[in-house]
Ligand binder design. Sequence first.
Ligand code: GYE
Length: 309
Amino acid sequence: AALLIGLGSVQAADGKLVVGFSQIGSESGWRAAETKTAKAEAQKRGIDLKISDAQQKQENQIKAVRSFVAQGVDAIFIAPVVATGWDAVLKEAKEAKIPVVLLDRQIDTKDQSLYMTAVTSDTVHEGRVAGEWLAKQTGGTCAVVELQGTVGSSPAINRKKGFDEVVAKTPGMKIIRTQSGDFTRAKGKEVMESFIKAEDGGKRICAVYAHNDDMAVGAIQAIREAGLKPGKDILVVSIDGVPDIFKAMAEGEANATVELTPNMAGPAYDVLVAFKKDGKAPPKWIKTESALFTPDTAKAEYERRKDAY
Ligand code: GYE
């Protein structure tokens, strides 16, 4: 919709709500699905969505937010690549009275008034669920290598924290190597290759815990290329629930995933519409579900999702 500049405020000519979304990039299959879903859910509600791709850089996100403020959009959605460093730009949005909604990642700030709400999963809980599944599966004895997400991002920090809690109370479970694979398939593969080399061709590794499915898929390739059987010689547990991991599970090459819905924008639009209508502020955290999936249902789950991604 075209924008009309009025007195101190800007509105879409056709009365549509205008939302500016600063997206991180497309590092994972999950994120591509989140972007796709954000567009579809906007269309359903007649919302004019403007997406800016930050190509993994916080400075690009800050620029995008400033540009949305200058355009006078009705709301700003941000998927914050890292957790720190947001206060200054969020103050600018607040001064312009533009509500901000965080999508899928949280931020570190002392001033909770800088954003209206965050739609995310409980990423500490996801790490716990993955850890508990692995502890149970292995009878509590397992040498784990960990592929962390993007350094400084809330899901990487929290998925590590939740998993570490389980390790701390399971004497036979240990993380023997841990490194960031930046949430990408290529990096996940590369780091897994170095883990395998460092651990006697992979023989000392019981399982790989990847902070997302894409890195797990990369790790599966590395395991296969090293002459080992992913899902058997080295167990594979990760988070997201993208179609490719269900496919890998159905083929016996992955063992468990914790689902993360790609529909973060839908609930955000709903609270925004309510807020614009009657000024009702939503709760500070809108928590999405995190369910564990294992190979028994993988084929059906793959069929059910493959088109939505
Ligand atoms: O799990 C990963 C993505 O921020 C929770 O980011 C999200 C994570 C998701 O790249 O695949």
